[in-house]
Every structure is written in C-alpha cells, then in structure tokens.
Design a binder for this molecule. Sequence first.
Ligand code: ADE
Length: 237
Amino acid sequence: MKIDILSLFPEMFEGVLNSSILRKAQEKNAVQYRVTDFREFTENKHKKVDDYPYGGGAGMVLTPQPIFDAVESLKGDTNAPRIVLMCPQGEPLTQGKAEQLSKEEHLILVCGHYEGYDERIREHLATDEISIGDYVLTGGELAAMVVVDSVTRLLPGVLGNAESPERDSFSSGLLEHPHYTRPADFRGLKVPDVLLSGDHAKIQKWREEKSLNRTIERRPDLLSEEVRLMQENKENQ
Ligand code: ADE
C-alpha cells in the first residue's frame, strides 16, 4: 500500500513514521509513506496557500489550487486513490473505517489548517472526510498520524501472530477483557484464580463475561440494541 500525506508541516511526521511498528512496516515493504508539503505546489508568488473567506468572517481558508495540483501529481498511475480530508466535520474514525481503508492500494491524506478547506476541495476532490473525535486540533497532522497507524497495523504481515489484530478491542464489537502477567501476587494484589486454573473453557467464559461487562459499563454505545435489551431484561428479572 502507498500512503501519501499532504501537509504544510512535513517535519511533524518524521518521528512517528520512523519509529516502532510503522518503521518496521516500511522495512518489510508492507507500506510506503511519502510526505509532501503542498506549499511547493502553489502558483502564488508569495507561496500563499490560504486566503480570506468570501462573505467575510474570521480565519483563513485553504485555496483549492495547491491542493488540487498536489493531489493530481501524487495520484501517479493508481487508478482510484482514496483522497481523505482530515477535518472535524468528517466521518468519525472507527475500526471498521480503518479496515476499509486498509484494503486500498493508495491513500492520499490531506491535512488542513486555519478555518478549513475551500468547499470545492470537499466537493470535487475528496473521496472521504475523517474526524478522529469531537474536538478541534490545530491541524490535521495528528489526525492523519492516527489514521496511518490504525491502517498500517492491519496490513498483511505487519503484526506478528501474537499481536494479531483480530483480537483487538472493537474488532469483536466489544472492549477487551482484563489481562494479567507475572507475578501472581504483586504487593498482595492477586491474579484472579480462574486464570491460574488451567481450565481453558472456564477462562474463555470468564474473558467473555469481563469483556461484555466492561463494554456495558464503559461504552454501552458500542452494544447493539439487541444486546442492550437482553441486559436490561436480565437486570429486571
Ligand atoms: N483537524 C482538526 N481537528 C480535527 C479532528 N478532530 N479530526 C480530524 N482532523 C482535524
């Protein structure tokens, strides 16, 4: 997979793309990252990439020309890259969205700044708009890093079996069960007996229950209406 990132601050990506799993993913040729400063594409003699909003108001708006030209030049011979605008108005990033993007051949992530993008970028260039949460960042860079990370770890060969993404929180629709490792007794804090029992069926049942209870307590929004009703019925009995 190829992932292009368009940003006015390419230096922000150096540490993130060249550390840990993302670095290994490139070394294994599972992914190729390329970060491009779209200011290089502006035809404006002062290198400007933004301008005042028509109709007045505070803040500057990213102009279409440098972003259209940069995307068109990065498209290369991929027939239909996904062109993703990072913005707080976008579709919320979910595990499902990361899985969908991980099946693509080429992603182009665009990091906005200032008040936002000229609407023609949204309407006539972008294929997707993604938000990483209901808060406003100073720019799309951190959000793009989150997308790159969540997509890269799903690419074939990137994670070993032990870290297999199928067992992640959210892949099953539920949060993960608690984990424990040695020692069995840490300052008097004991590991639950069931995990030391060697009874795999019992352990599996315990994990499923913990996973469900944790999801009910912390993220009931993740549960389908059906599961929620089941739980309510159980509580009312
Ligand atoms: N740019 C600014 N805030 C953002 C957010 N929450 N998600 C994605 N891009 C953004």
